[in-house]
Write a protein that binds this ligand. Structure first.
Ligand SMILES: [Zn+2]
Length: 328
C-alpha cells in the first residue's frame, strides 16, 4: 500500500454562531471526512478556540489521518475579519469577539498554518472554485441562513475593498425605516429575508392571531421552528407561510436586481440553509423579481442559480483558502 505523503491534506472550518463544521479535503478538493460540534459562543472565545481545534482533530481522525498530514487549515468566521493578520475584528453574534487573534490561537493549538477569512467570502470562494471550476470572472455569492453572508469575486479574485469590509450585501437597505437589524440599522436585506427575519414575522403573525399549520405541528409557541418546517407548511398550502416566504424571496430578488445593476456579474449564486430548504419555492420568485428590477438588458445572460454545495459551501471554501494561501 502506498504511504500517504506527509502534509497532503487541507482542513476547512466553518465557524458559525451555533455550530462549527470541519472538513478534510484533498488538494483536488475531494471531501474525505467531516466533523461537527456546537460553538457554545456564550462560553467566550477561549472555549471556542478549543472547540475549533477539537473538531479539526476529530475530522482528521475520521479521515484516518494524522494532524501532521494537514498542510494548512482555513477558517471562515463570521463578522469583520482582517485576513492578513488572521484576526476577527468584530463578530456581532459571538459574545466577546472583539479583536481576536484567531489565526495565532489555533496555530498554537494545532501547530499547523491557519488562514482566516470572512464566512461569506469563504462560501463564495467555495462555490467559485469547487462548484464552477473557477471559471466565472465575476460572481456574487449570497448565503441566507441565520444572517445573510455574501462575497464578491471580481475579475477572478475575492474583492475585499478599501477597509476590507466589501460585500456586506446583507446590510444593503431595502426598506427605509424597516425592521431593526443586528448591525444597528433598519430595513437591511438581512432584517427582511434571513431565517431570523422570516421566523420573527411568523411569530408575530401568530401572536396577532393569524392561523398557520405550524402551530399544529410544533405547538403554539413554535419554539422548535426550523426551515424544513416551512417547507412542510408550504406543501400543505399554508397561506401565512406562503406570504412570508414570498416576501422574503421578493426582497432577495430586489437585492439581486440591485447587484445586477451595480456589478453586472456573470453569476449570482444563492445558498445557505433557507435556500437549501426552500429552493423550489423561492428561486423562481427571486429570478423573476431580479429581472423586473434590473435595468433593461442588464440581466441578459446573467445566471442566477442555487448552489449545490449546501451546508458544505463554508468548509469547501475554507479549504480552498487554506490550499491557495499555503501555496504562496
Ligand atoms: Zn444590517
Amino acid at each position: 500500500m502506498p504511504e500517504t505523503p506527509v502534509k497532503s491534506v487541507y482542513v476547512g472550518v466553518d465557524l458559525g454562531g451555533t455550530k462549527i463544521l470541519a472538513g478534510v479535503f484533498t488538494p483536488q478538493l475531494k471531501l474525505l471526512a467531516s466533523a461537527k460540534t456546537s460553538t457554545k459562543a456564550d462560553r467566550g472565545p477561549k472555549s471556542v478556540f478549543e472547540r475549533i481545534s477539537h473538531v479539526v482533530r476529530d475530522a482528521v481522525d475520521e479521515a484516518d489521518l494524522d494532524i501532521k498530514q494537514v498542510r494548512a487549515v482555513g477558517i471562515g468566521a463570521p463578522g469583520s475579519i482582517d485576513p492578513e493578520q488572521g484576526r476577527v475584528i468584530f463578530s456581532p453574534n459571538m459574545p466577546g469577539w472583539v479583536d481576536i487573534p484567531l489565526k495565532k490561537e489555533i496555530e498554537k493549538q494545532l501547530d499547523v498554518p491557519v488562514f482566516v477569512e470572512n464566512d461569506g467570502n469563504a462560501c463564495t470562494l467555495g462555490v467559485h472554485v469547487a462548484e464552477l471550476g473557477g471559471k466565472p470572472r465575476n460572481l456574487i455569492g449570497i448565503f441566507i441562513g441565520t444572517g445573510i453572508g455574501s462575497g464578491l469575486i471580481l475579475e477572478g479574485r475575492l474583492y475585499s475593498g478599501f477597509n476590507r469590509t466589501a460585500g456586506e450585501i446583507g446590510h444593503m437597505i431595502l426598506e427605509v425605516g424597516g425592521p431593526k437589524c443586528g448591525c444597528g440599522n433598519k430595513g437591511c436585506f438581512e432584517a427582511l429575508a434571513s431565517r431570523t427575519a422570516i421566523f420573527r414575522r411568523i411569530h408575530s403573525a401568530v401572536k396577532d392571531g393569524q392561523k398557520t399549520i405550524l402551530t399544529d405541528l410544533l405547538g403554539a409557541d413554535l419554539s422548535d421552528l426550523r426551515s424544513g418546517d416551512l417547507r412542510k407548511a408550504l406543501k400543505r398550502g399554508d397561506k401565512l407561510v406562503e406570504k412570508v416566504i414570498e416576501d422574503a424571496a421578493e426582497y432577495t430578488g430586489i437585492a439581486v436586481g440591485n447587484i445586477i445593476n451595480i456589478v453586472n456579474p456573470e453569476y449570482i449564486v444563492l445558498g445557505g440553509g433557507v435556500i437549501d430548504a426552500l429552493e423550489d419555492e423561492m428561486m423562481a420568485i427571486i429570478v423573476e423579481t431580479a429581472k423586473d428590477y434590473a435595468m433593461a438588458g442588464a440581466a441578459k445572460g446573467v445566471e442566477i442559480i442555487a448552489s449545490k454545495l449546501g451546508d458544505n459551501a463554508g468548509i469547501t471554501g475554507a479549504a480552498v483558502l487554506a490550499r491557495d494561501s499555503a501555496k504562496g
